[in-house]
Design a binder for this molecule. Structure first.
Ligand SMILES: [Fe+2]
Ligand SMILES: [Fe+2]
Length: 288
């Protein structure tokens, strides 16, 4: 259905997060010049743009419904949680072995920074798990249906979404059911009633929703929803409870984006702690 270039426009899925960092640089740090960001103004930025073109063109209400119907059956694989992290780690970036962290290192850097700040253990666990949904890539899903900024489908696309001009090619933009401010939704209906573009956030949320405290679930489900947690573009769909819970999403985001520690976490040393934490909250195996 999609060509190889459409499935994997990015050399690695980290290129998306590198680009998010350009949009949202770390506050209170001297601003980097564009030249200091690797790959800025290079062909790799064009691949990010192409990635968003595909994402914004193909993530329709019907596309999301079809992915939900397929993946929320969780009939693809059953794994122990730690083994799933190892599995995710097979998603290696062969384009830039020196600079890119592997997936497990990103998870551990996020969770260890949360732990060092003295947060509750379920928050630490959330940091450790938050990108586990990226295993979708290993099931052959296109990159633009796994990572990238997420946004509501079934209503008008906000112009605060990055590269929003590409939504012109999205069939929902011409569909009277889906192109009004509220579309298929009611004003302030609450995000629990809103379908988000399909990706690793929603997938992992659905997998873990019975096991973690609600703030953790909000962090997982909406961590890529930059149009809301950074740009506040969808207040009209949110209710008071969403607003209260988004304080946690805001708290989580800097750990995801900026937790680069000088010494990489020692996986072997940390494994027993995380195995205990997993056992405290989650079943022995998860179904993917
Ligand atoms: Fe993520
Ligand atoms: Fe992440």
């Amino acid at each position: 259905m999609f060509t190889e270039n459409e499935i994997a426009p990015l050399a690695s899925i980290e290129e998306w997060e590198d680009d998010v960092l350009i949009r949202y640089p770390e506050p209170n740090k001297p601003a980097k010049t564009k030249e200091e960001y690797r790959n800025y103004n290079t062909p790799q930025r064009d691949t990010v743009k192409e990635f968003y073109r595909l994402n914004h063109t193909y993530q329709t209400y019907d596309f999301v419904s079809a992915k939900e119907a397929d993946f929320l059956k969780f009939d693809k694989k059953e794994m122990r949680v730690w083994d799933a992290c190892d599995f995710l780690n097979t998603l290696v970036d062969d384009s830039d072995p020196d600079t890119d962290l592997d997936q497990l290192q990103h998870l551990l850097q996020t969770s260890e920074t949360i732990r060092a700040d003295g947060h509750p253990d379920w928050f630490v666990l959330t940091g450790f798990l938050h990108d586990l949904g990226k295993v979708l890539c290993l099931f052959g899903e296109p990159q633009w249906a796994v990572v990238g900024d997420t946004f509501p489908v079934g209503c008008k696309h906000s112009d605060k979404i990055v590269y929003s001009e590409f939504f012109e090619a999205n069939p929902d933009s011409q569909d009277a059911r889906h192109n009004t401010k509220y579309g298929v939704y009611e004003p302030n209906c609450g995000l629990r009633n809103v379908h988000m573009s399909w990706g690793h956030d929603e997938y992992l949320y659905q997998m873990l929703k019975d096991y973690l405290p609600e703030p953790a679930l909000y962090m997982i489900r909406y961590h890529s929803f930059y149009a809301q947690h950074r740009e506040h573009a969808y207040d009209h769909l949110m209710d008071a409870h969403d607003h209260a819970m988004f304080e946690w999403v805001d708290k989580f985001n800097p750990y995801d984006l900026y937790s680069k520690v000088p010494v990489p976490p020692n996986v072997k040393e940390l494994k027993p702690y995380y195995e205990d934490l997993i056992a405290k909250y989650l079943p022995e195996t998860l179904r993917f």
